[in-house]
Design a protein around this ligand. Sequence first.
Ligand SMILES: [Zn+2]
Ligand SMILES: [Zn+2]
Length: 274
Amino acid sequence: MTEGSSASEISAARLRGVPRWLTEAADAFVSVFFPAGCRICERLLATASRIPICDECLSSFERLPAILCEICGRPLPGLAERVSGPPLCPACQEKTYAFDCARSFAVYKDALVQAILLLKFERIAPLGAWFADRLTEVLREGGNALAADVVVPVPLHRQRERERGYNQAALISKPLSKRLCLPHKAVLLMRTRARPDKRILSLEERWESVRGAFATRPGSQVDNLRVLLVDDVLTTGATLDACARALLEAGAKSVVGLTVARAVRNPLLDSSTW
Ligand SMILES: [Zn+2]
Ligand SMILES: [Zn+2]
């Protein structure tokens, strides 16, 4: 447990229609008797929330700008004015990615980096659910282009998942599938090759490390399905691309990638390409 079960019990009580004065009193009680700091900025949490991050930090996450590459969702600063058709980044002009489309909630920086680390290493399920709410909004804004039949988390290698005890992508994809009323297929994809231990330095190494590293599980049904593929962070797009290739090979109709965070400035990319 992170914050103590009292906070979650009080949140549950609120849902059951407990009078407002009582929940307010409960919030005060929690902050006095169970003082807990925001796990990002250490500010005292004022309300009984199951997410150990304060409202200021949650609202500091920077949403992606409106002008994005139509395919991979990369922000295109200043490019929209110069193109006539749908805006495409240089990588998508060269048809780099196998997925049909990718979108994200916010820019991978500052407080969001820390929030993702909390999700990844401390299994804070309510935070995964909060991210699922934000991704539901992203899907709603994206309309039909992001429609799907099934939700699939990007898998960890079996050994890594055993060590960690869970897959952080599934902490997001599972509540998301519930909100969308779609089936959640956590075992449809598998990672057949583990990520190398050494730190990956170059863009080429990053792509090489995931090429062919995913496969659909024998006998799994993916034929003609539109797959919504969920992960925590999109950095180069190589992981979503490798997963999409495996899904499309197995007969998926389309693959849409959806991540909480997106690295906007990839330090591995030469900025002169912009
Ligand atoms: Zn904070
Ligand atoms: Zn693109």
